[in-house]
Design a protein. Structure first.
Length: 362
């Protein structure tokens, strides 16, 4: 018998999964709406995890061919499209009125959206570290899930998934491996004189930035309301922050490796119009967009919750909206954001020693 639509999608099973804690007939009005929206989110999260792993696997290859960078971008763009929909999906949730939600909210206690193990998987797969996590009440957030999972088959499955993803390489780690191998002025790790080449690029860039800041200082002096001493202090602080970033003096662990990662990132961003840097800078832009949309989704979620229940304690016992607002400060790809502070206009960039090596072969 040939396949049909309902068999392919297993609709006979899918459409029976909206019972909540009772039967569908016993659901409070609008509870079906609440359940379906969250189930749709979980389906999107499943697809996001699949796409992130595909992107990560391409990026984690010991050597990434140019055509494989296009594959990474393809998967990341799909994730970004899903995230765009996820942000807008809160608008559908907001058709649930506050009092209608209160009609069934108490039955959820202590269930909470924080227990979405797939969302926790996404965070870990991206590269969010344990140290970055905001405390959930008085316990580590993942310990909260682990304790709830004890004795529950579904909970143990969820905790098993979280433990398993911590053993995987994160997208951030794979990205750093790839950035580390960036040819800087034609030099790659392992080449004779590579350290000197990287140092030369960093020093020439910092010198160009200093010259650009001197030009900016003369522009600021023309503004009557400007405090010259404060502007000078701000420019000096910016120059020192740039030097610290590029020399990786603030980085724990292998500072030499991080110095090359950051220099590679700055090289891609600064000379992004060169043909052989077109896909690399598109890849970097796609990851920045992904994290931007994560922040936007968290922010939109917090505002939806505040609109719905104000500042009530969350069903899982958290501080509710205050907790959600604090998660909007999460940043995984910190270098990709920080490097934008250092960028110079094209006219101010130091000349490349090997510009022809980044053009198309003729």
């Amino acid at each position: 018998m040939p396949p049909n639509y309902w068999d392919y999608l297993k609709l006979d099973s899918l459409l029976t999964l909206q019972d909540g804690l009772e039967t569908e007939a016993e659901l409070v009005p609008d509870e079906l709406h609440f359940i379906i929206i969250h189930q749709v989110y979980e389906l999107w999260f499943k697809l996001i995890l699949n796409e992130l792993r595909l992107a990560r696997d391409h990026l984690a290859e010991p050597s990434v061919p140019e055509e494989h960078i296009a594959h990474v971008v393809h998967h990341l763009r799909r994730v970004n499209g899903i995230m765009e929909l996820a942000i807008e999906q809160w608008r559908v949730m907001e058709t649930l009125t506050p009092q209608d939600f209160l009609g069934f909210r108490d039955k959820l206690i202590p269930a909470s959206g924080f227990q979405s193990f797939q969302m926790r998987e996404i965070e870990i797969l991206l590269g969010l570290s344990d140290e970055q996590r905001i405390t959930y009440g008085k316990v580590h957030p993942l310990d909260h899930i682990r304790k709830l999972a004890e004795g529950s088959p579904a909970g143990e499955m969820a905790w098993g998934r979280i433990k398993a993803v911590t053993e995987e390489q994160s997208l951030r780690s794979a990205l750093h491996d790839w950035l580390y191998r960036t040819p800087i002025d034609g030099s790659q790790p392992g080449d004779d004189g590579d350290d000197a080449c990287v140092d030369g690029f960093i020093n020439s860039y910092l010198a160009a930035q200093e010259e650009h800041q001197r030009a900016q200082w003369h522009l600021f002096k023309k503004v009557p309301e400007t405090d010259p001493d404060q502007v000078e202090a701000n420019l000096k602080a910016a120059a020192e922050a740039a030097r610290t970033f590029l020399t990786a003096d603030d980085a724990p662990g292998d500072r030499r490796r991080m110095r090359r990662i950051r220099a590679g990132l700055l090289f891609i961003e600064s000379y992004r119009t060169l043909p052989l840097l077109a896909w690399p800078r598109t890849l970097v832009d796609s990851i920045v967009e992904l994290e931007q949309k994560m922040v936007m989704m968290r922010t939109r979620h917090a505002r939806m919750v505040e609109r719905m229940i104000g500042r009530r304690v969350g069903t899982g016992g958290s501080a509710g909206v205050d907790y959600l607002d604090r998660t909007t400060r999460y940043r995984v790809f910190t270098e990709l954001w920080a490097v934008r502070t250092l960028l110079l206009p094209k006219s101010a960039l130091p000349p490349l020693a090997n510009a022809e090596g980044y053009g198309f072969a003729r």
